[in-house]
Design a protein around this ligand. Structure first.
Ligand code: TRP
Length: 339
């Protein structure tokens, strides 16, 4: 693998939480964009169960949720022989490094994290401490492998900035360039997929309406029904891009279309400008079934063989640990923790 200018191996790391109910937003906004990275970088893709338990998770189905993420990775085209697909909790170095980084990160930095504020809301006194230090664990995930690049969507940008701040302070405090400052890979084609019922909200598994999202387990009929029911704007699709700004529903459906087709948004817009929503919906249904159908079928097949998925995760975790042990050792040495 090639080296970055500062001599760090070009390495990508990203994580997906096993909270169940993966949907189109997870696929188009994250997982799909990981796939081409494995050609260019040494790549690690992590099932971050320790992040998931910052809010309560039912122990009896956590394993199957972890398997679901592994299945989605593989069904989407991440090759487990090329990339390291692994499980965070099986590599204890994540929590070990996380503690050291907790002692580097400042309260003021964490107090500024908008995701914590959004998630805690009015309930600030009653959420887990883990939810507060969540971004430090994320920094540990990244720095434990000296990852140089992290594919991020809009909502994780601030956490990556924090990771860079922690890396820089660590290097300064201990007077050694232990960690690279990881660069974001802004996923250009990564679509921000919004709810099908209200395009001002992100598509989410916690929305009470099942019609707000397309799940990666939806049948072709369900996909068709959901697109048919998807909210539309009052007017047909406009002729100019500018008027599209006031039409969030049209924008969302066109974004989904362009992401599935891997074509520029402009090109998709050109196809449908001035047309009725019914035409867009008809074509979008077809495109979605072609894109999601095979992934859904493959995920189902993989999910029927949990043993295989667990084996992939365990094998990946061993490979990951080979790297992480060395980095943690270096961290213990420079911080004076080694006996
Ligand atoms: N916080 C990320 C999310 O919810 C998941 C995550 C955990 C992650 N560790 C990471 C993403 C490291 C990138 C790199 O989407």
């Amino acid at each position: 693998m090639s080296k970055a200018p500062n001599n760090f191996t070009q390495r990508v790391l990203s994580g997906v939480q096993p909270t169940g109910g993966l949907h189109l937003g997870n696929y188009l906004g994250a997982i799909k964009n990981f796939v081409p990275l494995q050609e260019q970088y040494e790549s690690l893709f992590c099932v971050v169960d320790l992040h998931a338990i910052t809010t309560w998770q039912d122990p009896s189905d956590l394993i199957s949720k972890k398997c679901e993420v592994a299945a989605a990775f593989i069904a989407s085209g991440i090759n487990p022989d090329k990339s390291i697909i692994f499980n965070q909790s099986q590599v204890p170095e994540h929590t070990q490094l996380s503690w050291v980084l907790n002692c580097v990160a400042r309260m003021g930095w964490l107090n500024r994290m908008t995701q914590f504020k959004d998630k805690a809301g009015k309930n600030k006194e009653n959420v887990s401490v883990g939810l507060f230090t969540y971004p430090v664990l994320m920094a540990a995930d990244i720095l434990l492998y000296k990852a140089t690049h992290v594919p991020v969507g809009e909502d994780q940008k601030q956490h990556l900035e924090l990771t860079r701040d922690i890396a820089l302070k660590f290097n300064n405090d201990f007077n050694k360039e232990v960690f690279p400052l990881p660069e974001p890979i802004i996923m250009k084609k990564a679509a921000r997929i919004m709810s099908l019922r209200d395009a001002s909200k992100k598509m989410s598994k916690s929305d009470t309406s099942d019609f707000s999202r397309i799940s990666l387990t939806d049948s072709n009929e369900e996909i068709e029904k959901k697109i048919k029911k998807a909210k539309t704007d009052a007017l047909p699709i406009p002729d100019s891009n500018r008027s599209l700004e006031d039409m969030p529903e049209a924008k969302n459906l066109l974004t989904i279309f362009s992401a599935c087709e891997e074509e520029d948004f402009e090109k998709t817009f050109d196809k449908f400008k001035g047309k009725n929503f019914s035409e867009l919906k008809r074509d979008l249904t077809e495109v979605l079934i072609n894109k999601i159908g095979p992934i859904r079928d493959e995920m189902k097949k993989l999910n029927n063989d949990k043993k295989y998925l667990i084996q992939i995760l365990n094998r990946g975790s061993q490979k990951a640990q080979k790297i992480s042990i060395k980095v943690l050792k270096e961290v213990y040495e420079v911080t004076g923790l080694t006996l």
